[in-house]
Design a protein around this ligand. Structure first.
Ligand SMILES: Nc1ncnc2c1ncn2[C@@H]1O[C@H](COP(=O)(O)OP(=O)(O)OP(=O)(O)O)[C@@H](O)[C@H]1O
Ligand SMILES: [Mg+2]
Length: 257
C-alpha cells in the first residue's frame, strides 16, 4: 500500500575532478525512494557524501549519471527556470545556516515570501509565528551577526519553513544546539510532518535524535548506501560500519582520517 515516491534517486554517480586529472567518486550507485509525508534520516561519518546527496535532491548540483526524480520528474536535465519552480516547493536548511548577513532576521525568514510579493502584514505574521515556535520571539530586527550559532540555525530553519514547502531538506539541523533545543527542533520536524504533511529528509549525526523522529533511516558510507530501512530493522542489521557508528566506537572498520 505504499504511495508513489515524492523523491527518488536512481543509480546516482557523482564524482569530482582531482588536480591530476583523475576523478574521485563521491557517490557510487546510490538509489533511494522517499514516500510522501515521512521523515527520512540520513546518517554517516564526516565526508561520507550526505550533503552532496541533499544538494543533488535540490538540483544545486547534477550527477554524472543516474536520475533524480522530484514529484516524479527527472530534474537532472532541467534548466534553471523549470528547476526554480520545483525548488519553490522545497525548503532547504543548509549545514552552515547560510543567512544573508546584510538582512535582518525577519527579512531573512520572509525572503521568499517577499519575492512572491505576498502582503507585508501576512509576511510579518508568518515570521512572528515561526519565531515564536522556535523560541526567538522579538528578534525580527536583529542581524545574523548578533545571534549565537544555535539561534542562526533556528532562523535558517524558519526561513526554510516560511513558504510552506512540500519537501524540507535539513542538513544537520541540530549541530551546535544544546539538548533542549535539539528536542525542540525534533518536535518541530515531527509537527511539520503531522500537521503540514511535509516530506522530510534530515541529515544528522545524532543517533538519539534520529531514533526519536525517523520513519526511515539510511546510512551512507564512503559514497554508498550501507543501510536503509525502518529504525527497528536498521538497529538489528549486522553491518560492521553501521554497528560501529551506532555504538560510537573508535575501533572498527571506519577509517579515521
Ligand atoms: N565541490 C567539491 N569539491 C571537492 N570535494 C568535494 C566537493 N563536494 C564534496 N566534496 C568531497 O566529497 C566528500 C563528501 O562531502 P560531503 O560534504 O557530501 O560530506 P558529508 O557527509 O556531508 O560530511 P560532513 O558530515 O562533514 O558534513 C568529501 O570528501 C568532500 O571533501
Ligand atoms: Mg555535510
Amino acid at each position: 500500500m505504499s504511495s508513489e515516491p515524492i523523491i527518488e534517486l536512481r543509480h546516482i554517480h557523482y564524482s569530482i575532478a582531482l588536480p591530476d586529472g583523475e576523478r574521485r567518486a563521491i557517490l557510487d550507485d546510490v538509489s533511494l525512494a522517499i514516500e510522501p509525508g515521512t521523515i527520512n534520516c540520513i546518517m554517516g561519518t564526516s565526508g561520507s557524501g550526505k550533503t552532496t546527496l541533499l544538494r543533488l535532491m535540490a538540483g544545486l548540483i547534477r550527477p554524472e549519471s543516474g536520475e533524480v526524480l522530484i514529484f516524479g520528474r527527472d530534474i537532472t536535465a532541467l534548466r534553471e527556470p523549470e528547476l526554480n519552480k520545483i525548488r519553490r516547493e522545497m525548503g532547504f536548511v543548509f549545514q552552515y545556516s547560510a543567512l544573508f548577513d546584510s538582512l535582518s532576521v525577519g527579512q531573512n525568514i520572509g525572503f521568499a515570501l517577499d519575492r512572491q510579493r505576498r502582503p507585508r502584514a501576512e509576511i510579518d505574521s508568518i515570521v512572528a509565528n515561526l519565531l515564536g515556535e522556535l523560541g526567538l520571539s522579538g528578534l525580527e530586527n536583529k542581524r545574523p551577526s548578533e545571534l549565537s550559532g544555535g539561534m542562526k540555525k533556528r532562523v535558517a530553519m524558519a526561513r526554510a519553513l516560511a513558504s510552506n514547502p512540500k519537501i524540507v531538506l535539513y542538513d544537520e539541523p541540530d549541530s551546535g544546539l544544546d539538548p533542549v533545543m535539539t528536542r525542540v527542533i525534533d518536535e518541530l520536524i515531527l509537527q511539520m510532518r503531522d500537521e503540514k504533511k511535509t516530506t522530510n529528509v534530515v541529515v544528522s549525526h545524532n543517533v538519539h535524535s534520529i531514533w526519536r523522529i525517523a520513519d526511515r533511516v539510511m546510512m551512507l558510507h564512503e559514497g554508498q548506501m550501507v543501510a536503509d530501512g525502518a529504525p527497528r530493522e536498521v538497529e538489528k542489521l549486522d553491518v560492521p560500519v553501521l554497528r560501529q557508528f551506532l555504538e560510537g566506537r573508535s575501533d572498527g572498520p571506519i577509517l579515521v582520517r
